[in-house]
Write a protein that binds this ligand. Structure first.
Ligand code: PEP
Ligand code: MG
Length: 737
């Protein structure tokens, strides 16, 4: 098999991935394979959740009826169960041969099947057959195995349910932008307006330039008004997302490009289309994932310009409906929802978008379930859809039965939420009366009040990088003071732990020079970054102390400290910020200082630091990443990443023992703090302070109230004797009621 053939097929697979539907994709592929390797039949089977095999597409087999093979049935089933290729002649003589009359298979006298394996599981089988009773040549078989690896990746993204012949309950998997489950009717946000603009000649260039100037002014004004609405509802940090659109609009280069296009004899809409494409391509070509995600801002501006010009913006009347509305669109922007009454909105679905999208941040802040990146959908206004953002998928054309089942789930969730709401003001105590402090993790202004409303005992982790990341420039000291003051004053005298900037790795600051690192998670991040840029850290210390003026409940938390000199330098900087402010006449109290325990090296150093720090907060997300050598953001190893790994559990136990011995306060603020099994385990190991997303607090409070400390300790003792996270989880199921 020549190298060119392999390249040709790789190209076909890439092209197929652009086909509008999964069915078309797989058909293109099987047709192409049989054409390139000159074989009579090429068929692709996909395993269903019930372990059956569905024939997705075939070149050469008659397919007037769906072919579905039972578990391990036929030669296809044998390839799947043995996880190994079969290459035989006269397949009809094989004991596992299963004759499917509708396929007219009897005409073919050779069979070669290769398993398609994804993440360690057989998810399908690729089969080629020929009329002649001739074994497939070894190099052809090897070629099919290579191809199988590519195909597995492609078909893994096709949910088997969506390929059944019943178009009901079509499931599309995406990424979760904001958790929750909802059912509603679709309202399409038309965003392809610019895409369909044609290159028609412009008759009056000067008039078109004038049109551009007017449109620019009109959109400037609209953005200003939207900003005021968003700021009022959700705070300044989120409203500043709209500044990104304003910034492009004000950019001279942007305007010049549009004018140049018009002067070339193009219409205004065509000029906008070309200009948006030009800038969007530039962003998309960037390596940095945050900057790459910013191409959504420029496209959002394009849509805004288009709809303002055409007068086709969605208004509140458009979403008037008796039933909940789910907004669906290629890319839904902050502008799209800024002026809509959010009570009516039950969900958001975007064809594109990732967890870093602004729409994800927004839907989280609004508490609306959102699934992003589902690919383009063939749906109509008014169609029913189920959004299951907890499991990152949607269900199109849900059957009545499924809607009923989901309604039952939603009802029982609502009833349970009412039970939880009734206890919001009560403290979290175990069944036998031991008080556990539950803090909120925050970073957006929009998270602050939900934490207060959900009865948080304070802010256990305020991630300052979020207000830094959604701005266009480093925030000034005064700007930071304002942001921190809002958090501090919302919690009155309750403790607030403000973490200094934790950027680098997966959280680069878009406006600072970006250094390409081979292993960014092991590179210049967290405290290493701010000590390298100590003016940023000093300003931040000053801002935190100024915001805390007259208060004693504010604490400074340092991220990623892993060496004594890092801690010493940070303390020295905090001291000098304190001296500077005192000299300037500001009446400051020195805040308590503590560190995140995220780098495994930190644990052994804690005894040395006993007189330097007041508290530690266990960052179980990074601690697990570094202890297990598993990238927390890498989907390829996602199923291995579990903070309940025995090594992590034992290290947390060690941290707690050292902290007790040296009288250092301990809390935990990673995702573990809202995983029910982990919570009971942590409490059983003596942890009494947990910090989590504010939405989880009522549930964790309820969970704790139904367990005694003795239960939890018994579970912890047994869990510490397990050697896999699966065993701990299994045990946990018996304990966590
Ligand atoms: C952690 O690492 O557990 C943590 C809370 O910090 P972040 O998730 O912000 O890295
Ligand atoms: Mg961390």
């Amino acid at each position: 098999m020549s190298k060119n053939t392999v390249m040709e097929l790789t190209r076909i697979i890439q092209n197929a991935s652009l086909a509008p539907s999964s069915k078309e994709q797989v058909q293109i592929i099987v047709d192409a394979i049989s054409d390139v390797i000159h074989i009579d039949v090429c068929s692709l089977y996909r395993k269903t959740p019930s372990n059956k095999m569905i024939l997705l597409a075939s070149h050469g087999l008659a397919s007037n009826r769906p072919v579905i093979l039972g578990e391990n049935q036929g030669l296809v089933g044998r390839v799947a169960s043995q996880r190994h290729s079969i290459n035989i002649i006269n397949p009809e003589l094989h004991p596992d041969y299963l004759y499917v009359p509708s396929s007219k298979e009897e005409e073919f006298h050779s069979f070669c099947g290769v398993p398609l394996v994804h993440h360690g599981e057989v998810i399908g089988v690729l089969v080629v057959q020929s009329r002649r009773a001739e074994l497939l040549a070894t190099e052809q078989e090897a070629f099919l195995s290579t191809l199988g690896a590519h195909l597995a990746l492609l078909i893994a993204n096709i949910p088997a349910e969506s390929l059944t012949f019943n178009q009901e309950n079509e499931k599309k998997v995406g990424v979760s932008g904001s958790p929750g489950i909802s059912i509603g009717r679709i309202k399409l946000i038309k965003s392809s307006g610019l895409n369909s603009v044609q290159d028609n000649p412009c008759t009056d260039i000067e008039e078109e330039i004038e049109n551009w100037k007017q449109l620019r002014e009109q959109v400037r004004q609209e953005l200003k008004e939207e900003r005021i609405t968003v700021e009022r509802e959700l705070g300044d940090s989120l409203a500043s997302v709209l500044d990104a659109y304003q910034l492009f609009l004000d950019d001279i280069g942007f305007s010049q490009k549009i004018e140049t296009e018009i002067r070339r004899g193009k219409t205004l809409l065509w000029a906008i289309k070309q200009t948006i494409k030009f800038f969007s391509d530039q962003f998309q070509a960037m390596d940095d994932p945050y900057l790459q995600a910013r191409h959504e801002d420029i496209n959002a501006l394009g849509n805004k310009l288009y709809h303002s010009w055409q007068g086709t913006h969605l208004t509140s009347e458009d979403i008037q409906s008796e039933e909940p509305v789910i907004l669906v669109g290629e890319q839904i922007t902050v502008s799209d929802i800024a002026n809509l009454p959010t009570e009516q909105l039950a969900g958001i679905i975007c064809y594109t978008g990732a967890a870093l999208s602004h729409i994800a941040i927004f839907s989280n802040a609004l508490g609306i379930p959102a699934v992003l990146g589902v690919g383009s959908l063939n749906v109509q206004d008014g169609d029913y859809v189920i959004v299951n953002a907890d499991s990152a998928y949607i269900v199109l054309k849900p059957s009545r039965q499924l809607i009923k089942e989901y309604q039952v789930v939603l009802k029982s969730r609502q009833a349970f939420d009412e039970t939880l709401k009734a206890k919001l003001k009560e403290p979290a105590v175990t069944q036998d009366g031991v008080r556990i402090q539950l803090f909120a993790n925050s970073g957006l202004q929009a998270d602050i009040m939900p934490g207060v409303r959900n009865g948080a005992d304070g802010i256990g982790l305020y991630r300052t990088e979020i207000p830094f990341m959604i701005r266009q420039n480093l925030p000034t000291e005064d700007e930071q003071v304002k942001v921190y003051q809002q958090v501090i004053s919302a919690y009155e005298s309750k403790p607030v732990y403000i973490r200094t900037l934790d950027v680098g790795a997966d959280k680069p600051l878009p406006y600072l020079p970006h250094v390409v690192e081979e292993n960014p998670a092991l590179g210049l991040r967290g405290i290493r970054f701010t000590l390298d840029n100590l003016q940023i850290l000093l300003t931040q210390f000053r801002a935190i102390m100024r915001a805390a003026e007259g208060k004693s409940n504010v604490n400074v938390l340092l991220p990623m400290v892993g060496a004594t000199q890092e801690l010493d330098q940070s303390i020295e900087l905090l001291e000098s910020a304190y001296r500077q402010l005192s000299e300037e006449g500001v009446s400051v109290t020195k805040p308590k200082i503590g560190i995140m325990v995220e780098v495994p090296a930190t644990i052994s150093l804690l005894p040395f630091w006993k007189n330097k720090i007041d508290f530690v907060s266990i960052g179980s997300n990074d601690l697990s990443q570094y202890l297990l050598a598993l990238d927390r953001n890498n989907t390829l190893v996602a199923k291995l990443y579990d903070p309940l790994h025995p090594a992590v559990v034992h290290e947390i136990k060690r941290i707690k023992s050292i902290a007790d011995q040296y009288e250092i306060d301990v809390s935990l603020c990673g995702e573990m703090a809202s995983d029910p099994i982990a919570v009971v385990l942590l409490v059983g190991m003596g942890i009494r302070r947990l910090s989590m997303s504010s939405a989880k607090i009522p549930y964790i409070k309820w969970l704790l109230s139904s367990h005694t400390i003795q239960d939890a300790e018994e579970f912890a003792a047994k869990a510490l004797a397990c050697d896999t996270s699966a065993a701990i989880r299994e045990l946990g199921k018996d304990f966590v009621r």
